[in-house]
Design a protein around this ligand. Sequence first.
Ligand code: NAD
Length: 469
Amino acid sequence: MSGNDAFDLVVIGAGPGGYAAALRAAQLGLKTACIEKEKRLGGTCLRIGCIPSKALLESSHKFTETAGGLAEHGIKVKDPGLDLAAMHRRKDGIVEQLTGGIDGLFKQHKVSRYVGTGRLDGPGRVVVAAADGGETALKAKSVILATGSQPADLTGVKRDGRIVGDSTTALAYAEVPKHLVVIGAGYIGLELGSVWKRLGAKVTVVEYLDRILPGTDGEIAREALRIFKKQGLEFVLGARVTGAKVGGPGEGSYATVTIEGRDPLEADRVLVAVGRRPFTSDLGLETVGVTPDDRGFLTVDADFQTTAPGVYALGDVIGGPLLAHKATDEGVACAERLAGHAGYVDRSIIPGVCYTEPEIATVGRTEEQLREAGVKFRKGVYPFRANGRALALGHIDGRVKILADAGTDRLLGVHIIGPRAGDLIAEATAAMAYGASSEDLALVCHAHPTLSEVVKEAALATFDRPLHG
Ligand code: NAD
């Protein structure tokens, strides 16, 4: 074992939570190290999640638009073709640029980077195990565990990483599948299912629940289902997948997916997207007396400290919404607290965005959650089809739905399905962060013609009536 470098802070994991914590701590003057086992920094989000999937979503959207959506604009296109290898190269280039950017920021702010697997080795000590077997010992006043999550397994389904795979596999198919079966109608299943449907695959989404997008406002999810069906995605709802194995027609190039009480499905590609589980194995947790909860998550207090003094955790590994921006905000808040500042994350207003077409974005509580909690609320809904900018764009599907307290008018939840919903939700999130009412939102001047006017009209509809309705 070599080394014995001493740091104020050692961060294990360089995803959006870990790298943000390391950067912010270094900016605030803490001597900081970050350990990452992958060659590239940025974690699941930058390497094999948010960023590459958004690159493919954008490219595949342009492909469908060019192949059939431009005629109504009076634009004729002859025989558009698909160069999938070029599409993947573009995606890989974006990943390289962004992950390289984190390297640059680490150098700029003097974060010491260690390549290898980090593990706790008793209080104040961390060991970095390199791939070649070498080990380096570090001393740390504080340690942040930001190890993230990995795709959850499904009993009876064996992923071979080629025909039956997870999101990482589905981001890199070398050919467009003939029939892709997606298990799970969450964000991953719907985003990647959309990509391959747009590029020409038949896509069947099998979902255990009788609805898609678990946890999303029911009215919005129903509208999403209607739109996705119109786009040609096929759904088998209320159906539990019990197994998937390679075999069937075409021998080793097909898989059979078995579903409880229904006929099996044959597919040349299967995407397992049934959630993610926290990554806590081989972290040396026992050396500091930390035990994950029943679901494998680490429990922390308001300072992000685990039950072990000086050992902190944040991001996917502590649960809550498994979202990059939630992890980043936690990383920044934790670093600020360690440096003596007052970092804080309001977990009740973390926005969520599903980057399908149209996008689905949500913040705060759903109608179902409010009903269950017995909260009296008023609801304002306004459709995109009545908005001039949406008509000009040719993207008129969807609506904005605003839920406000019946007594105080305070905003409780905003749910959007429609063009650029992911950008529009920022206004609602900011308003909620400032404790705004729906009247506050409606009184703000919104530029014309913009999609944001739909937010204003929905806010008006909550306590009065929309101007154009
Ligand atoms: P998810 O938990 O959102 O959805 C999984 C779905 O699989 C659920 O609807 C569940 O009912 C279903 N399911 C489970 N077992 C099944 C079975 N045996 N048969 C049929 N269906 C079954 O999980 P995900 O889509 O894998 O996403 C994982 C995490 O990553 C989520 O927390 C998500 O928020 C996050 N993520 C976010 C984004 C984004 O922000 N745009 C994108 C991708 C992933």
